[in-house]
Ligand binder design. Structure first.
Ligand code: 2P0
Length: 336
């Protein structure tokens, strides 16, 4: 069988996934909406199924993967083997061009690249929907990275997860001026993993129930803002939704705190910039870590970078466009 190599990119949610209905299948409690990044951040993955492998092997950034990472990859590989009706074990090698587990969504690009490369290597002609379902088994948010542009993950209703997958809201060419200015604050490993954190929130936060009750309206407003390229609404909804997520995290017991002093300085810096301009030109969002993703238009990237340059804890700034989604690489790019 042929080796296959794919590159995929992370996505950053503007309406967040936090909480599961089923932790085996990664079925979410609510729909979410994200923007796929361009290849400023990317994961490249090569997969080969062969009788020469006795067990599935996973190498991440040139090191043998942990048992838990291997276990998540095997869930994806097993689903693909079942559909392709093959029994061969696989070798998977994967490389990120950015730090793993720094809150830059390496699992999203990683499992999206794995789903695409493994399906291709297994000879499947999988649809985007099917690839999204495969990627979701590795990590929930990864199901959104199999598509480019602006993406909605439909939570679905079925117990087997067959209606829980991502669909495109608008392509990467829809809003060409939009930029994500990423402020890398702390590229260390995070203390509380997302899966663990979201379970604790669902079990202990009264505010979380309110979040789930009202999030359908937020989804509808965000889709409208994206489709209409309504920057004011998009930025305000993005900031409010990020704060809402971090409010339920703080309402969790014991509290989950991902933001730090640098994150808070960035929040103030964005509001100061907006106040100076007399309208919203930038809007932040934070995931399970202190790094900021600041949405703005190309014309204001310089002002956002200036603001960040005055905050001493910002270690690195990466500017992303909206990405086009995963793509297959030629065999000359194979990792083994
Ligand atoms: C999101 N996050 O929507 C939210 C916002 C973090 C904060 O999805 O357990 O790595 O593998 O399904 O996808 C991070 O959680 O969790 C995440 P699993 P995942 O992007």
């Amino acid at each position: 069988m042929q080796k296959s190599t794919w590159v995929a990119t992370p996505n950053i949610a503007v309406v967040k996934y936090w909480g599961k209905k089923d932790s085996q299948l990664n079925l979410p409690a609510n729909n979410s909406i994200s923007v796929t990044m361009d290849e400023a951040l990317s994961t490249k993955t090569t997969v080969e199924f062969s009788e020469k492998y006795k067990e599935d092997e996973l190498v991440l950034n040139k090191m043998r993967a942990s048992e838990s990472d291997l276990g998540r990859a095997v869930k994806v590989l097993d689903a693909i083997r079942k559909m392709a009706k093959i029994k061969y074990r696989a070798r998977v090698e994967s490389q990120n061009n950015f730090p793993t587990a720094a809150g830059l969504a390496s699992s999203a690009s990683g499992f999206a690249a794995l789903a695409c490369a493994a399906s291709d290597a297994a000879g499947l002609k999988a649809s985007a929907r099917q690839l999204s379902i495969f990627a979701r088994l590795g990590s929930g948010s990864a199901c959104r990275s199999v598509l480019g542009g602006f993406v909605e993950w439909k939570a679905g209703k079925k117990k087997d997860g067959s209606d829980s997958y991502a669909v495109q809201v608008a392509s990467n060419n829809h809003w060409p001026q939009l930029r994500n200015v990423i402020a890398v604050v702390n590229p260390g490993r995070k203390k509380v993993g997302s899966s663990e954190g979201m379970e604790l929130t669902a079990n202990t936060s009264p505010l979380y129930k309110e979040r789930i009750r009202t999030i359908g309206k937020t989804i509808a407003k965000m889709k409208r803002a994206i489709i209409q390229r309504d920057l004011q609404s998009f930025l305000e909804l993005t900031m409010r939704e990020s704060s809402h997520l971090h409010a339920v995290m703080l309402d969790t017991f014991p509290p989950i705190i991902y933001l730090n002093d640098i994150s808070r300085q960035i929040i103030e810096g964005v509001h100061d910039l907006n106040a100076k301009k007399g309208r919203l030109v930038a809007g932040y969002t934070f995931d399970a870590g202190p790094n900021a993703h600041i949405y703005t238009l190309e014309a204001h990237v310089g002002e956002v970078e200036d603001m960040l340059s005055k905050i001493s804890g910002v270690k690195k700034v990466i500017v992303c466009k909206v990405g086009a989604g995963p793509r297959r690489l030629p065999s000359s790019e194979s990792l083994f």
